[in-house]
Design a protein around this ligand. Structure first.
Ligand SMILES: NC(=O)c1ccc[n+]([C@@H]2O[C@H](COP(=O)([O-])OP(=O)(O)OC[C@H]3O[C@@H](n4cnc5c(N)ncnc54)[C@H](O)[C@@H]3O)[C@@H](O)[C@H]2O)c1
Length: 375
């Protein structure tokens, strides 16, 4: 069995991935790195010990490292991704891929030159909810998909400095990703408006006046999707929501991020006005079967019962962004082992990220349409 040497860099949120790599059967060695030595030591201790690098450059120059997963602050993503690819290693990076179109282009070029894999680690594309909606689509349950809606409401007060005043759609991937994933198409155009006001010191950092942005995305196949993103001074319970409206059934996220979704069904036509419409709240199953057994417990969090993965899911909200972390790790590792592209490659990741960058551009131009370039 082919085994990889993986380096995990940035261990705040990134720390959640350390035990998953450690237990993945196709990972032979895990190296950790964080510029904060205490965080590095704590993460290593937490997983019962791992190799710790002394610097990012040490990882780049180590020929035994096959793949690097970056979970570092947003402003570092593009430069570090290019550096990893140029060092001849596969690269996974947390979202967003970058915060400018030029940086996405640099990554795509570096990826092509290196011949290695690039994967954007978008959590929303591996949630219980996404898997469920994807199966509904494959089974034809939606009828025709007519419209998408995405949301990401989160209050970021007190988060690290680089978040303060961030243009909402520069981190729009959770609201945009699922609609692109389910569209069988790509976003080609966007109109977006910014709304509200926020503290002046936050406006100055990125020249972004808006705490909230709302956009209509157009897909190449003619479909449309609306997404709304809020980061500051907006009272809304946290939600990374995915909504799919079909001609026969629709899938809508619950009010809170952890609420079960609502499936609406149009009944058979009757005499009179309108078709009967029913809605039910559906608890999500856990899609763990495609993972190696060693990773099953990462899909459900602390209440894992190895004899009954489904029931243990029902005991809690589920681990790591609705079970996504283990699937992300598995897809990245297996794409490298099997020498194939990962699903969220530079084209899909580039479209999801660029759509958000262009949305903010449109908001700054008071809603003018902006063409999303193809990567
Ligand atoms: N659902 C998701 O996909 C999701 C959720 C949370 C965060 N994120 C992304 O993950 C990234 C990290 O988020 P966070 O909340 O942990 O951020 P953070 O800023 O709190 O932590 C980042 C970590 O990286 C370390 N670090 C900083 N510079 C470094 C460098 N040059 N080399 C190595 N390590 C370095 C810091 O010491 C810190 O431990 C962000 O880019 C964010 O966008 C994604």
């Amino acid at each position: 069995m082919k085994k990889l040497h993986v380096a995990l860099v940035g261990l705040g949120f990134g720390g959640a991935f350390a035990p998953i790599y450690k237990e993945h059967p196709n990972v032979g060695k895990l190296t950790l790195f964080d510029t904060n030595p205490a965080v590095l030591k704590n993460t290593s201790d937490y997983i019962g010990g791992a190799d710790c690098a002394g610097s990012f450059e040490e990882i780049l120059s180590d020929p035994s490292v096959d793949a690097v997963h970056l979970v570092t602050p947003i402003p570092l993503h593009a430069d570090q991704t290019v550096a990893v690819l140029e060092a001849g290693k596969h690269c996974a990076c947390t979202v967003p891929m970058a915060t400018s179109l030029e940086d996405i282009r640099r990554i795509v070029k570096a990826k092509r030159r290196s011949g290695k894999n690039y994967m954007m680690m978008e959590t929303t594309l591996y949630t219980y909810q996404y898997f469920y909606a994807k199966r509904m689509k494959e089974a034809g349950e939606f009828g025709k998909i007519q419209f998408f809606r995405g949301s990401h409401y989160q209050d970021m007060a007190g988060w690290p400095d680089y978040w303060m005043g961030l243009p909402p759609f520069w981190y729009g991937t959770h609201a945009i990703g699922p609609m692109v994933g389910l569209s069988d198409s790509r976003i080609c155009r966007v109109n977006c408006f910014g709304s509200g006001t926020m503290a002046e010191w936050m406006v100055r950092r990125y020249g972004n006046p808006y705490p909230v942005e709302t956009a209509i995305f157009e897909f190449e196949n003619g479909l449309k999707g609306e997404a709304t993103r809020s980061l500051f001074e907006t009272a809304r319970l946290y939600q990374e929501g995915m909504h799919v409206l079909g001609s026969e059934k629709s899938f809508e996220w619950g009010f809170a991020d952890w609420d079960a979704p609502i499936i609406t069904t149009l009944g058979a036509p009757v005499d009179g006005r309108g078709r009967p419409t029913t809605a039910e709240t559906v608890p999500m199953p856990n899609y763990y079967e495609d993972l190696p057994e060693e990773l099953w417990h990462f899909t459900v969090g602390g209440n894992y019962d190895p004899l009954n993965p489904q029931d243990s899911l029902k005991m809690g909200a589920g681990a790591g962004h609705h079970g996504a972390h283990a699937h992300l790790v598995h897809e990245f590792v297996m794409s490298c082992v099997e020498e194939r592209k990962p699903w969220i490659d530079e084209h899909l990741g580039g479209n999801i990220t660029a759509a958000g960058i262009c949305a903010h551009e449109s908001a700054l131009r008071n809603g003018e349409p902006v063409i999303v370039p193809k990567f």
